[in-house]
Design a protein around this ligand. Structure first.
Ligand code: GLC
Length: 431
C-alpha cells in the first residue's frame, strides 16, 4: 500500500529520484509508439468511434475483424530495434475502451473478443526479447464505459469511473513484470488532476513500479512533457515529442493514402537532430493494420534510419549537452550536439563546389572525423573559422546527413555573435 503524501512532498520525492529513474531515458533518444486497436479495422483514424458517432454496441462488432497475427508484436519490436529505437509504447487501451489484455475489470478486451489473446503480454515479451524498454499508453478518456461521459457531472459515476481507470492501470503495472513508462493520454471529461484523483492514483501506481517514468497527461507535471506533432524543446524539463508517421492519423490508414504524407529517412533525422541537440526524445508512431502488419511506408524509412544510426549513433545517443541546435552558419543550416569536448556537426548541405566551413565555435580543434565512414578530415583553423577545404563528394553520407565529430582540446563554446536566441522551431516541417 502506498503511503500517501501531499502534492508538494510527492513532487519533491519525484525530483529527488528523477536523475536515477530517468538516466536510461535521457540517453535513449528514440522510441516507437504503436497505435493498434479496433479502430485499425476501420482504418479511418483512431478517433473514428467519436467522429463517426458509433454506438458502443455497433462498434463492439469490429472486434470480430480484429485479428492481429500471433507474431506481430515481435515484428514491431524487431523493426524498432533495427531502427535504432530503444523503447516502445503500446496503446494498451485507446479512447474506444477496448483493452488489449486479459483484464478482470474490463470484459471488453482482446482475450474475450477478437484475437482471444493477451496482446499486452506478447508486446512486453517481444520488447524484452529485443532489449527494448517497455511503455504502456493508457487513455484516461473512455467512450465505451457507461460512466465515461457521465462522470463529468455525476459524482457517483465519477467515483466509479476513476476507480475503474485506476484498476486498469493497476492490472497493467502488476501483471507484466517491470514496466518502464506509463504514458497517459486525454484527461477528459474531468479537467483537473483532482477530478481524476491523479495525485493518489499516481502515488499508488508508483508504489507498484518504483522506477517508473510517467508523462504529464494526467494533469500533473510528473516526469516529462509531451509536445505532440511538433518537435519543440521544452525549456527546463525533460521532453519527448510524439509524432505520427504521416501527419494524418495515429491509427492505421491504408498505404495509398498515407504514403504521400509519410516521412522519409532524412525527415526523421531532421527531427532526431532537434532532439539530440536539445536534450529531448523522439517517439515516432507506427499504426499497424488490423492483422498487426507494419505499414510499408514506415518500414523502409525506419530501416534506413537504423542503418544511419548504426554509423552515426555516437552523436545521437548518450549524455549530450544542449548546444542550441540549428542555426545559420556560413549560409547553411547546421545542427550541433555536444558530448564532452566533442561537437557533432550535422551537415544538411554538402558543398558541391567551394570549401566546407564551420564557423562560430571557440576552442582549439584537435581532430575532425566523419562519423559515417570514420575518415579523418584535415582542416585549418583561423579564429572562429574551421575550413576543411573542398569536401570529397564521396564523403557525403549516403542519406545526405553527414555528421562531423569535432574534437576540441577543451570544452568548446560558441562565439556570442554567432549564437542564436534559444531554438524556437515551429512545426518540424517549418525547420
Ligand atoms: C492524442 C489523441 C490520440 C493519440 C495521442 C498520441 O491527443 O487523442 O488519438 O493517441 O494524442 O499522443
Amino acid at each position: 500500500m502506498a503511503n500517501l503524501v501531499s502534492r508538494t512532498e510527492y513532487e519533491e520525492r519525484l525530483t529527488a529520484s528523477r536523475d536515477a529513474r530517468m538516466a536510461w531515458w535521457r540517453e535513449a533518444r528514440f522510441g516507437m509508439f504503436v497505435h493498434i486497436g479496433l479502430y485499425s479495422v476501420l482504418g479511418h483514424h483512431e478517433w473514428a468511434m467519436a467522429s463517426e458517432n458509433w454506438s458502443p454496441r455497433e462498434y463492439e462488432k469490429l472486434a470480430d475483424r480484429f485479428k492481429p497475427a500471433p507474431e506481430c508484436a515481435r515484428e514491431w519490436a524487431r523493426l524498432a530495434k533495427s531502427a535504432g529505437m530503444k523503447y516502445m509504447i503500446l496503446t494498451t487501451r485507446h479512447h474506444e475502451g477496448f483493452s488489449l489484455w486479459d483484464s478482470a475489470v474490463n470484459p471488453f478486451n482482446s482475450v474475450n473478443y477478437g484475437p482471444k489473446r493477451d496482446i499486452v503480454r506478447e508486446f512486453a515479451e517481444a520488447c524484452r526479447e529485443n532489449g527494448l524498454r517497455i511503455g504502456f499508453y493508457s487513455s484516461l478518456m473512455d467512450w465505451h464505459h457507461p460512466d465515461g461521459g457521465r462522470s463529468a457531472y455525476d459524482s457517483d459515476a465519477r467515483k466509479r469511473f476513476t476507480d475503474y481507470i485506476y484498476s486498469l492501470n493497476e492490472e497493467l503495472l502488476s501483471n507484466y513484470g517491470k514496466i518502464d513508462i506509463l504514458w497517459y493520454d486525454v484527461a477528459r471529461p474531468m479537467e483537473t488532476f483532482e477530478g481524476w484523483n491523479s495525485l493518489e492514483m499516481n502515488q499508488r501506481l508508483r508504489a507498484l513500479q518504483p522506477d517508473i517514468i510517467i508523462n504529464n497527461r494526467s494533469l500533473l507535471p510528473e516526469d516529462f512533457g509531451t509536445p505532440e506533432e511538433r518537435v519543440v524543446p521544452e525549456e527546463g524539463r525533460d521532453w519527448e515529442s510524439c509524432m505520427t508517421f504521416n501527419g494524418l492519423s495515429w491509427g492505421y490508414i491504408d498505404s495509398k493514402q498515407a504514403e504521400p504524407y509519410s516521412y522519409n529517412a532524412p525527415r526523421i533525422l531532421r527531427m532526431l537532430a532537434v532532439c539530440a541537440s536539445n536534450g529531448g526524445n523522439l517517439l515516432l508512431n507506427i499504426g499497424p493494420g488490423p492483422d498487426g502488419s507494419i505499414p510499408p511506408e514506415s518500414r523502409e524509412p525506419l530501416k534506413a534510419v537504423g542503418k544511419w544510426l548504426s554509423q552515426n549513433g555516437e552523436g545521437v545517443y548518450g549524455k549530450l549537452y544542449n548546444f542550441k541546435g540549428i542555426r545559420g552558419v556560413g549560409g547553411r543550416l547546421l545542427s550541433l550536439s555536444r558530448k564532452g569536448n566533442t561537437v557533432y556537426a550535422w551537415n544538411w548541405i554538402w558543398p558541391e563546389s567551394g570549401d566546407l566551413i564551420i564557423a562560430g565555435l571557440t576552442g582549439k580543434l584537435r581532430s575532425a572525423r566523419l562519423l559515417w565512414n570514420g575518415r579523418s578530415l584535415s582542416f585549418t583553423q583561423e579564429k572562429y573559422r574551421i575550413n576543411f577545404g573542398v569536401p570529397l563528394r564521396e564523403d557525403r553520407d549516403p542519406l545526405g546527413v553527414t555528421v562531423i565529430a569535432l574534437e576540441f582540446e577543451h570544452e568548446p563554446g560558441m562565439v556570442p555573435y554567432a549564437a542564436q536566441p534559444p531554438l524556437t522551431l515551429g512545426r518540424v516541417w517549418d525547420v
